[in-house]
Design a protein around this ligand. Structure first.
Ligand SMILES: CC(=O)N[C@H]1[C@@H](OP(=O)(O)OP(=O)(O)OC[C@H]2O[C@@H](n3ccc(=O)[nH]c3=O)[C@H](O)[C@@H]2O)O[C@H](CO)[C@H](O)[C@@H]1O
Ligand SMILES: [Mn+2]
Length: 243
């Protein structure tokens, strides 16, 4: 099948330093048999490393504004991805994955991950009971989830699916983030909270295990056989624009 997979990744401010490893390891492991289009969103286009891409793989750089708040950089991804899908990605790809840049691939990530709406169980919560999930709990936020609802705690660092379904997800989350901002409320985990709320009422058609979003700070557990993608350890105080 001649499918094209879009991959969005944000590298704003000092996070450009993660791009090289992210892209090099993606070339080894991510959707190797497919056409892949990376969309790199950055305020530092001159610092995007040149990585050799295999045949059928392509990278575009899209300039976005910086910010002095990491919460805003993380949350604005919804709006920026929505706009990029409208302008470009809807014509250029069939499926899309939206990934955190502070990460590396370690093993095969392939066709098994495709579906209309794809989410990953957060590596810190797959063994936790629902009352421990860090959903937004204030009814004043549009990300609110009551204590007796919710299936899983999903990671904000990985979501994807058909371009059409992800378009709707980003549009809804963006509108909810903006409504909260108008009401001067910021959800506990920004767009991750809104993603969790969206997925509660729009169930993913495919749920990936934490193999697809591990965290290098977490010791590997027996039930996780293959770590495919993980967050690297970083010094938050040094790398983020605010603490
Ligand atoms: C495993 C997981 O689900 N992690 C989530 C978590 O912490 P994280 O610690 O993973 O957040 P993070 O610092 O990696 O920020 C998320 C992403 O925003 C981008 N970025 C952020 C700051 C910056 O100065 N420049 C920049 O480019 C970059 O692509 C980064 O990967 O909470 C975040 C904010 O709520 C997101 O929901 C993350 O996805
Ligand atoms: Mn991250």
């Amino acid at each position: 099948m001649n499918l094209t997979i879009a991959t969005t990744v944000f590298a704003v401010g000092k996070y450009v330093r993660f791009l090289q490893d992210f892209l090099e390891t993606a070339e080894k492991h991510f959707m190797v048999d497919f056409n892949v289009r990376y969309y790199v969103f950055t305020d530092r286009p001159d610092d995007v490393p040149s990585v050799n891409l295999s045949q059928g793989r392509h990278l575009s750089v899209i300039q976005v504004p910086g910010s002095n708040r990491w919460q805003e950089i993380s949350a604005r991804r919804m709006e920026i991805i929505q706009t990029a899908i409208e302008r470009q990605i809807s014509r250029e790809a069939d499926y899309i994955f939206c990934l955190d840049v502070d990460s590396k691939f370690h093993a095969r990530w392939g066709a098994e991950s495709l579906g209309r709406l794809v989410a990953v169980i957060h590596p810190w919560f797959y063994q936790a009971t629902r009352d421990l999930f860090t959903y937004e709990r204030r009814p004043a936020s549009t990300a609110y989830i009551p204590m007796d609802e919710g299936d899983y705690y999903y990671a904000g660092a990985v979501f994807g699916g058909s371009v059409e379904d992800v378009y709707t997800l980003t549009k809804v989350c963006r509108n909810q983030l903006e409504e909260d901002a108008r009401n001067s409320i910021e959800a506990a985990w920004q767009e991750e909270s809104h993603l969790n709320r969206y997925l509660l009422y729009n169930k993913p058609s495919k749920l990936l295990s934490p193999e697809y979003q591990w965290d290098d700070k977490k010791t590997k557990t027996n039930e996780v056989k293959v770590i495919r993608f993980s967050s690297v350890i970083k010094n938050y105080a040094e790398i983020r624009p605010n603490v």
